[in-house]
Write a protein that binds this ligand. Sequence first.
Ligand SMILES: Cc1cc2nc3c(=O)[nH]c(=O)nc-3n(C[C@H](O)[C@H](O)[C@H](O)COP(=O)(O)OP(=O)(O)OC[C@H]3O[C@@H](n4cnc5c(N)ncnc54)[C@H](O)[C@@H]3O)c2cc1C
Length: 392
Amino acid sequence: MPKALVVGAGVAGPAVATLLTRSGWDAPVFEARSEPDPFAGLFLNVAVNGRRVLSTLGFAERLLSDAHPAPRMAMWSGRGKQLGTVPNGPAERPEDGGVVVRRSWLHQVVREGAEQAGVKITNGRRLTEIEHHDDGVTVRFEDGTEETGDIVIGADGVGSAVRRYVAPDVVPTFSGLLGSGGFARVPGLEPTPGFQHFVFGARSFFGYLVRDDGTVYWFANLTADAPPQDRSGLVGSGATSADWLERLRELHSDDPAPVPQILAATEGPITVYPIFKLPTVQPWSRDRAVLLGDAVHATSPSAGQGASMALEDAAVLAKELQANDFPKAFQQYEAARRPRAEALVAYATGIDKQKRVSKSRIAVAIRDLMLPIFLRKAAGDHSTDWIFDYEA
Ligand SMILES: Cc1cc2nc3c(=O)[nH]c(=O)nc-3n(C[C@H](O)[C@H](O)[C@H](O)COP(=O)(O)OP(=O)(O)OC[C@H]3O[C@@H](n4cnc5c(N)ncnc54)[C@H](O)[C@@H]3O)c2cc1C
């Protein structure tokens, strides 16, 4: 039985391991974390192209049992003027719109689904080294253990250790945006069925939705010159979660309701993390190692496609490994995926630019004047259908 060593139990890792197991591979997964993190990230959009892969895996129904359907996005200026609404999905097909789930719930559904399919997932195994042989590959972990297989699949996210072997010169760079956010309950705030709201605040970009049970999911993108020094935890630069929350309350104090109210009602720890850009990785494999998901094309959360793209990669890589030996399978996989991944990264980078807040009041005023025109155009056109209509 061929053996694939899968590194990383986020989204792509358990997904590709499940598909490979079903086609007769031994595909154990090794995850650095000692246990699943229930607060891993915030929430994310799962688009219809990603849901197609989840359906193939048989995981979609469970995921949707705890999801907020959000086929439309409403945009607001920092003065409370509605700039427009746009579809969060293919134009004129709200049934195929995006759904918002907690990131930890998506991880749990995919991980537990994989285990039910017979995939063995081992926590507390941080990959540090890869050694290639003519007839196989050995991976070594921080705890001193090692494993041998036929190939290694790097599904270990934006800070990928497998990528250091495949493309040692590729180093993520800071995008100029920090992601932050949390959860709250605001008495009297009505649910927002079918919608996410986005506010182009004067000093920071804010997004929120209210689930039917009243839970508010919110995030803010802060513009920053450099990432916090300490990347290990929720917050950096010596600032605590409470410090960041205070800063966000101040930055959004002039924004329209319910933004200040949501921040005032947030009690728990909040997440703050730098958003990184990844230079182009070329090629996506070396020897017996291949990359997928954020490890090879980290996509800014702005496009709402990071998880969906990781799932698409998993489906295509598994299909190619079923049909071909490596390295042909790796080459075919890359040929099928690279153009789409690069187009998507470019699309997300364009959205990031709009979110970065200019220090010039004139630039902000021009943006607020121009955005309604762009949004009206975007509301009915089919220019982003290529993202959603893809069949992995
Ligand atoms: C903190 C954070 C918050 C995010 N929040 C959002 C969001 O709000 N909205 C959104 O759209 N997208 C968000 N994203 C991006 C989104 O989660 C990813 O695009 C998507 O999960 C990609 O899936 P993946 O499987 O490629 O990587 P991931 O889901 O990141 O999984 C990678 C896994 O590899 C493990 N790992 C890392 N290094 C090693 C190693 N050396 N050895 C073994 N295991 C390793 C990690 O612990 C992790 O479990 C966030 C990402 C991060 C990191």
